[in-house]
Design a protein around this ligand. Structure first.
Ligand code: F6P
Length: 366
């Protein structure tokens, strides 16, 4: 029986438990055995109790739970070759030669590297006497499949990462709550949202809540943004708005790539407009809590597709990542998606913001 491991890695996101449930049940349905690797790559490197066989009932109730019930960790040891050798040994000892990882682009790139070093890692273990040649013979190919789990929606090649819509939902709920108190006091609020280097959460939340102004890393405001923002706020107030909501992505910056902070924006509104303005940093409430219907659906269908991709794989198959494009669940080339994601970051570094937006598939207008 083929043994398939499932792991969550990097920052947790809503829907990761749905992935574990779906992979475990689909693997069993297809006549395979399923194993959960606890605590991300750390579990793969340490082995022992951190790799457990999962049965149908072990994932009962997973679908509606937030976070990741099998844990996650940023594991430095796996990023060094000796750590990956240990991980390979743990897999072979359990008869596993397939791994499905749900995480961000860094976690998925790590997995692809692991695959590229296989079976060299096994040969190393034979040389050091830790494994016997007969033990490694049946496991000459490692099959890896990635699923993108992140609230940031920062991976190119997929329309949505698992977790991003739950997070967006939560942000909107919180902004609405701030909205009520802001309107009561006629105050201004600068609300900082997560997203790392990606402005998707901030941009979508600003549209969904009717915010007055938004700061995102991919399209920094031009020189003199302070005046522009104040003019917009003044005109909105003149139309009768009792509150001002500014959404700022945690990665916000100006055209010279200098960070723009929420405090800075608060000061501008306070000093230039004499507006009673407060800052709200939403923090990790954006990441925890219930997955939305969309993330339950996405994680379930993508988990099924990941198991199918593992079962269809040949030694020639490039490592797939499961994506969703125009509402269709697809298999894409992991390396291509990672390269495209990196090219967005590169364009921003070069201050070519129009290109960055284009690469993110957002129309750019001066
Ligand atoms: O990548 C997900 C994310 O929540 C980002 O939006 C944020 O910048 C980061 O992780 C926070 O990481 P940590 O939980 O390690 O502080």
């Amino acid at each position: 029986k083929k043994r398939i491991g499932v792991m969550t890695s990097g920052g947790d996101s809503q829907g990761m438990n749905g992935v574990v449930r779906s992979v475990v049940r689909m693997a069993i349905h297809m006549g395979c055995e399923a194993y959960a690797v606890y605590e991300g790559y750390d579990g793969l490197v340490q082995g022992g109790d951190l790799i457990k066989q999962m049965h149908w009932d072990d994932v009962r109730g997973f679908l509606s739970r937030g976070g990741t019930l099998i844990g996650t960790k940023r594991c430095m040891e796996f990023y060094e070759r000796p750590g990956r050798v240990k991980a390979a040994k743990n897999m072979i000892e359990r008869g596993m030669d397939a791994l499905i990882i749900c995480g961000g682009d860094g976690s998925l790139t790590g997995a692809d590297k692991f695959r590229s070093e296989w079976p060299g890692l096994l040969e190393e273990l034979v040389k050091t006497g830790e494994l016997k040649q007969e033990q490694i013979e049946p496991y000459q190919h490692l099959n890896i499949c990635g699923l993108v789990g992140s609230i940031d929606n920062d991976m190119s090649g997929t329309d949505a990462t698992i977790g991003c819509y739950s997070s967006l939902e939560r942000i909107c709920e919180m902004v609405d709550a701030v909205f009520d108190t802001a309107a009561s006091h006629k105050r201004g609020f600068v609300i900082e949202v997560m997203g790392r280097h990606c402005g998707w959460l901030a941009l979508m939340a600003s549209i969904a809540t009717g915010a007055d102004y938004v700061f995102i890393p991919e399209k920094p405001p031009g020189v003199g943004w302070e005046e522009e923002m104040c003019d917009i706020v003044t005109s909105h107030r003149s139309w009768g708005k009792r509150r001002t909501i500014i959404i700022i992505s945690e990665g916000a910056q100006d055209t010279e790539l200098k960070k723009i902070t929420a405090d800075q924006v608060v000061n501008v509104l306070t000093e230039k407009l004499n507006l009673d303005t407060r800052k709200t940093v939403l923090g990790h409430i954006q990441r925890g809590g219930l997955p939305s219907y969309f993330d339950r659906w996405l994680s379930t269908l993508q988990g099924v597709e990941a198991v199918n991709a593992i079962l269809d794989a040949t030694p020639e198959t490039k490592t797939p990542v499961i994506t969703i494009r125009e509402n269709k669940i697809e298999r894409s080339d992991l390396q291509e998606c990672v390269a495209l994601t990196k090219s967005v970051a590169e364009a921003i570094k070069q201050k070519d913001f129009a290109k960055a937006m284009k690469l993110r598939d957002v129309e750019f207008k001066e």
